[in-house]
Design a protein around this ligand. Sequence first.
Ligand SMILES: Nc1ncnc2c1ncn2[C@@H]1O[C@H](COP(=O)(O)OP(=O)(O)OP(=O)(O)O)[C@@H](O)[C@H]1O
Ligand SMILES: [Mg+2]
Length: 591
Amino acid sequence: MTEPTLLSLYPGVDAKVTVDRNFTAGTSSAQIWFNDTEQFFCSMSNCTQTADTGGIIWACPGIRCQCYSGSAICGPGIAGISLKTIIESLNGAFTLTCSNTSCLFDEIELRPLFSKGIHIDNCTYGECIYPSNIIAITGVAQPSSLNPDSVAAIAIFSFLAAFLIATCCLAKRRQIILSRQEVVATSHGVRIEWRNLGYTIPVKREKKRTDNHENGTKVERFATILSDVSGAAEPGQVVAVMGPSGAGKTTLVDILAGKAKSGKTVGTILIDGKPINTREIRKLVGFVDQDLVLPPEQTVFEALLFSAQLRLPESVPLSEKKRIVEDIISRLGLEGVRNRRIGSAASRGLSGGEKRRVSIGLELVISPAILILDEPISGLDSYSAHMVIRDLETLAKGDNATTIILTIHQPRSDIFQLFNRVVVLAGGQTVSCPIGAPNEAAEDFKNRGLESPANYNIADYMLDVALQPALLARAQSHGKQDEPLSENKTDLTSVKDDADDPFTPKTSFLTQFSLISARNWQNLVRNKALLFTHVIVAIVLGVFIGGLYYQSPVSIAGFQNRIGCLFFLLALLAFSSLGALGVSQPFYFHH
Ligand SMILES: Nc1ncnc2c1ncn2[C@@H]1O[C@H](COP(=O)(O)OP(=O)(O)OP(=O)(O)O)[C@@H](O)[C@H]1O
Ligand SMILES: [Mg+2]
């Protein structure tokens, strides 16, 4: 605007006016700007357009204007003059006459101030239409330049896609490398000997005050779970660790299996006479937990094949893995239930004994040199228990001569006779560890003045001894170990690794990921209730969130709403995944 009166009132300001006209509705609005800050705006209606020699005339019968509070023209502003009252009381006829690039802005009630109207020069014109109008007219979509938001979104997605592709390529490369590794021959049983094993756990930390030291010192107290426990198992033997509840059987086999323990373990474990550390032991041992971790939705064959695919080297072809699984199925007498689902407490499947044999089979796929089982017959009837121990005996006597160690509470005499050696524990200490057959255990007890009553199950008698302090004291007074023991008290974990044999997982991340994903999908499809719940939850959530954010406006508030919605969805996904992890966690950790 170059109107001299206005410029004299507000010298130095860059004054502009913007006007828009809606011909169809006959409405119009105008905004007045000083130095790019809007001062006031006006709206007009019932406008019409005519043309004469002076130019195009846009005439409106009335005008209503509104000030922006605090603006220069409506407040004390630059010149110290407020035109607020005048501007907001304007109501006269308004005309805008334009010719080429200059216009004349005229309002009757402003004539006392601007007698010739307000001149506007260097006007530019434009038209606001939607892209759809252009397509409707020309039939061709107009090329649209990308806005910065789209560019940012494309950049983020490209980065994520590149990251994903790079990860997949690396994983694939690792899979190929592993698949070229030499196939290791089936493991043969080894002699395992444990000497002076001790296990302690910290129970309390307390501050001890002394007279001399006001601050006191921290004292750590330990509970001894195992103390000076020794024994051995030869290839082809089934060794039973017996004892009453709380004797330390599980703790002992956990240590022998190289499981991570929270307490401190001391002593020595020797494999074929050579000291070994916990990490190395894990490579030799297959461990069957007392609590069965079986996939309820898979069949026996599928579960065993899953274990074989996950734990056998990539280089073993699938056909060979299937052959190994079939072999295990026939060795464990599971042919009749080969294609039956394992089932769970909610959906009945295999019997307890069959489940126990499947869990043994899961370990046998890697043909471990040592197989350790914690309470393999707990909860089984005497026939099933007998069958499981028989299977283990057959396994030990097989070509691989697998070394088998198991824990047991109170075996029947027929089961007791199947063991090659019995280690009796009481209160975390070895009571007896005869080198020969169970009959020698009875002999060993007899030599200590502990003779089992006639027609009494020797296994029961051994437990009685372990439970009765008087008898236990007599057993231990005759020397509790049967083999010469060293005074070695080294920390088990301190034994050095074989430097030439770094630990490498047998299957790549990609194989593990695809196997677990396929298993999860299978689980979801077969578990109708789970599938139904997933679908229903997805629909309900979709409708709920869709309803909440329906027609969210394209504005700052709308943007914030969308961010909130994304955050909510991601949090929901993360928490629901955590829940699933809790359910499947024992299974994955086991494998
Ligand atoms: N991490 C631990 N924290 C506290 N106590 C422990 C821990 N580990 C083992 N114990 C204790 O050590 C003792 C031996 O436990 P362990 O599980 O080895 O016994 P068990 O002979 O296997 O018994 P059961 O026949 O009932 O399975 C128990 O009294 C147990 O409470
Ligand atoms: Mg136990």
